[in-house]
Ligand binder design. Structure first.
Ligand code: GDP
Ligand code: MG
Length: 160
């Protein structure tokens, strides 16, 4: 999402994944300590349809089914995060996708601290301005072109 010229801030989507739900207070504390503003926050247990659409870019990969099953296994916290350079900053704070790598290379990162393995890696962050726009819209801006899903309200199939 483009930087807001008024505040010099950028927005990104952060998720606290189901395996880290019980640690949400600690993780939100780290997020605030790192200088992010949480503009909006929502708790949602995602349906299979919602996850399959959210992670559509990974459809066909060998980990896709396991990822979708995990992401429907319990509540997720969706966070609309704001900060200068928020997209890159949030990915830095999360750490690498692989928890093993995170523990070696970024031991204070969220994935190193709260991840269990490469699937249950505690957090999600958008990886580009385009994905941030799509993913923020997915959870928070239902009037947006990309907002095909209202979590906990309707399935993707119902919404389009
Ligand atoms: P991210 O942007 O760092 O979250 O990583 P990706 O977009 O590549 O992958 C999306 C999510 O799929 C990751 O956060 C993991 O939960 C899961 N994932 C990615 N790569 C693998 C893998 O090689 N094996 C397994 N089991 N899960 C993976
Ligand atoms: Mg990704």
């Amino acid at each position: 999402m483009a930087a807001d010229p008024k505040q010099g801030k950028e927005q990104t989507l952060g998720l606290i994944k189901p395996n880290a739900y019980s640690k949400r207070a600690d993780i939100i504390g780290l997020i605030k300590k790192d200088g992010f503003t949480i503009a909006e926050q929502k708790e949602v247990t995602l349906t299979r349809n919602q996850v399959e659409n959210f992670y559509a870019e990974h459809r066909g990969k060998k980990f896709y089914d396991e990822l979708c099953t995990f992401m429907t296994s319990g509540p997720t916290i969706a966070l609309l995060l704001e900060k200068a350079d928020a997209i890159k900053e949030w990915r830095r704070v999360m750490g690498p996708t692989s928890v093993e790598t995170a523990k070696k290379e970024a031991p204070n990162s969220i994935r190193a601290l709260y991840g269990e393995n490469v699937t249950k890696n505690a957090a999600h962050g958008s990886d580009s301005p385009e994905s941030a726009k799509r993913e923020v819209g997915f959870f928070f801006h239902v009037e947006d072109t990309y907002a095909m899903i209202k979590p906990n309200a309707v399935s993707h199939k119902d919404a389009i």
